[in-house]
Design a protein around this ligand. Sequence first.
Ligand code: ATP
Ligand code: MG
Length: 230
Amino acid sequence: MKPACPRLPELGAEATHEYRLGIMGGTFDPIHYGHLVTAEQAREALALDLVLFMPAGRPAFKQDADVTDAEDRYAMTVLATAANPAFDASRFEIDREGVTYTIDTLRALRARYPDNVKLFFITGADAILDLVTWHNAEQMAELATFIAATRPGYDIEQARSRVVASGVPFDVRYIEIPALAISSTNIRQRVREQKSVRYLTSESVIGYIRKNGLYNVHKVERVEGTQVGE
Ligand code: ATP
Ligand code: MG
């Protein structure tokens, strides 16, 4: 099996010390500062050695929606994570056939790496609310520790009580992160409406969106008083 990321084979291989691997899954259509802040603060709070950003191939929860080509979502993820040595982007899910289930990814990672590599799955509070309804919750609880980050509009206490009520022994660590009310949906909408998306995601991602005409962006448009070309 191909490694989840190019750096990992060397990292967990000697099995002498614990290696804490964070996995930040998402559609990343596009990736934005909400994702990056969440991953960075999860990395710090749980002393993660690496956070792997894993764009979903065909997301299980977004089958009906019109999702941007995986290669574009992956390319934007690479651009956005490049500056942080503790971040990496993974093709693991986009190279898989069919619908992506988190359980399959966790199983594959578990099988791929020795036991000294601990898995931490990072999600926003909205996604943790769905955790208990996920495919194979029991097994998932065995495979990873979950890190649930607050997100504006989502009640962490509600998430906590739903997880407890499920009876599934999930190990969930709740972390408070600065409220960033940024969503990919809002970014796509703003691009469509030819509004500014500056400071919602990295300049490199914005450049990629423009260059490739994603989200119906016009090739040349006026943004914040500046003529922005290709
Ligand atoms: P969409 O609007 O298309 O649903 P999104 O902004 O929610 O996109 P996803 O790719 O669906 O982004 O999210 C991936 C993960 O990041 C999820 O676990 C989600 O909860 C989390 N997340 C997304 N935006 C934020 C944010 N602003 N703050 C904290 N977590 C976030
Ligand atoms: Mg979402």
